[in-house]
Write a protein that binds this ligand. Sequence first.
Ligand SMILES: Nc1nc2c(ncn2[C@@H]2O[C@H](COP(=O)(O)OP(=O)(O)OP(=O)(O)O)[C@@H](O)[C@H]2O)c(=O)[nH]1
Ligand SMILES: [Mg+2]
Length: 261
Amino acid sequence: MPYFIVVLGTAGSGKTSLSSVLHTYLTSHQLDSILVNLDPAVEDLPYEPDVDVREYVDARELMRKTGLGPNGALIASIDMLLMNIEDIKEEIWSYKTNYVIVDTPGQMEIFAFRQTGPLVLKAIIGDARSVGLFLIDSTYAIQPSNLLSALLLASSTYVRLKIPLINALTKIDLLDSNALSRVLEMIDDPDQLSAEIASERDARLIWDQDEVSSILDKLMVFETIPVSNVSGEGFDDLYAAIQRVVAGGEDYYTEEPNPVI
Ligand SMILES: Nc1nc2c(ncn2[C@@H]2O[C@H](COP(=O)(O)OP(=O)(O)OP(=O)(O)O)[C@@H](O)[C@H]2O)c(=O)[nH]1
Ligand SMILES: [Mg+2]
């Protein structure tokens, strides 16, 4: 059975880029994987998907035909994916592969927080093991209150999808090493994050420091791996974290002889 790696995160956080780079990384390590584009609204992809839901439902065509706006068309498209789910699942599972990388739609509030998105994922994954990568754009996370809201979003995504998550802090090539260390320290230390939020002029109006600390104490805290989809930095660590979740730390090879490269 393959392992499913579901790439999640807010619009523009780097899901499509990371899916592509991860596929290249796995291939270069003699691990077979396929790429599934689960975004019915995407126009251009930097990779050639093995399975592409636009062959079942094309949100852009739906917009043209129905006059729906982008969000309405995406909602309708994801609902329509569910109607085709058996065929989509069959196509994905027809590949004998180690990993299935699933690139999800940009508007994650439509995908993860409505009824049908999680049902689509659940149906595709079936009984296989899965891990979600929740992408946080590091250039956004340098602002402490942004980081807090990203961590809250990761937690609520976990509640919705009920698959284990790893946070991937993307675009670290755009941060200098001091800024990156500061973000990682805030993620590691809830007291520091709440202190930094308290010192933000605008955020102080909504959050007080004790409140933030107590929220952070209760939050699910997922492992965070810094990566760059441009330089490839961090992918050894990301792969190791994925392995820890899906295969309990053991390196994994399927029973099938693996015809990689
Ligand atoms: N510098 C840098 N740019 C990145 C990185 N990852 C993604 N980008 C850029 O960020 C933009 C968005 O990347 P995508 O991979 O399309 O992000 P996405 O989450 O799939 O976007 P949507 O599907 O539209 O929500 C693109 O211009 C990418 O080239 C990274 O690690 N470093
Ligand atoms: Mg994308």
